[in-house]
Design a protein around this ligand. Structure first.
Ligand SMILES: [Zn+2]
Length: 236
């Protein structure tokens, strides 16, 4: 019996427990469950550890050992003893409403930025071209706040819409914050204005003038660092 330490090390997903692993027609199914922990009720803030029910949710992940991999999550719903609200546990590795892990999406984006072909990327991750395009087009992480260290970088898309998309990362915690459809200054400005930018202490980007302007105009309390090596992109 492996300890949860090894599960988490193997999956590289914190707080995740493996319940079972099996093969389903050449696809590796890894049944997982989050560690149970007290959650604050989104309605009344009352802390609860009471489970209401579970629901199975398949999540596509990076292919492992040459096989398609699906994380089958027993997603837990908690119930607030105070106000009766039922709500799902929080999952850091999963963008809200999406059925693949952040690292799969990011892997796809990385592949697209270097190979420029949906076809070759879809082959390398064992997903259909349509799915890869959908991941690319519909990615939305709906972040709640900006990180202390913020990286911004562009990559060449292949969507036939805009030539460049932007990726916003938290290099310190190796996570993707958001993917934006273009790198126009007006759009980036209105995006960042939705957040409190004063908490960001380090702003990392390449020498594209728009990023420098954004750093100056919106991130006054941050140090601006020019990232020659695309450090901002190396989040996973
Ligand atoms: Zn409540």
């Amino acid at each position: 019996m492996l300890s949860s330490y090894y599960y988490q090390k193997f999956l590289r997903l914190l707080g995740v427990l493996i319940k079972d692993i099996y093969d389903d027609n050449g696809t590796t199914i890894i049944e997982i469950q989050m560690e149970r922990k007290p959650h604050s009720c989104p309605c009344c803030n009352h802390v609860t550890n009471a489970v209401h029910d579970y629901r199975l949710q398949p999540i596509k992940d990076l292919p492992a050992f040459g096989n398609n991999t699906i994380l089958l999550l027993r997603k837990r719903r908690y119930v607030c003893k105070d106000c009766g609200k039922r709500f799902y546990e929080t999952l850091d590795f999963l963008p809200r409403y999406y059925r693949h892990t952040k690292r799969l999406a990011f892997y796809i984006l990385q592949q697209l930025s270097s190979t420029h072909s949906f076809k070759s990327v879809s082959a390398s991750v064992n997903l259909s071209i349509t799915t890869v395009i959908r991941i690319f087009d519909n990615l939305s992480y709906a972040p709640q706040s900006l990180p202390k260290v913020l990286g911004i970088d562009e990559f060449k898309g292949n969507t036939g819409h805009e030539k460049y998309q932007c990726i916003i990362t938290d290099p310190e915690n190796r996570t993707i914050i958001d993917i934006l459809p273009n790198r126009y200054k007006t759009d980036l400005t209105s995006y960042f204005l939705k957040f409190d930018t004063s908490k960001t202490t380090l702003f990392i980007s390449d020498i594209w003038g728009t990023y420098r302007d954004l750093a100056k105009e919106l991130f006054g309390s941050a140090t601006y660092v020019i990232d020659k090596y695309h450090y901002a992109r190396q989040v996973l």
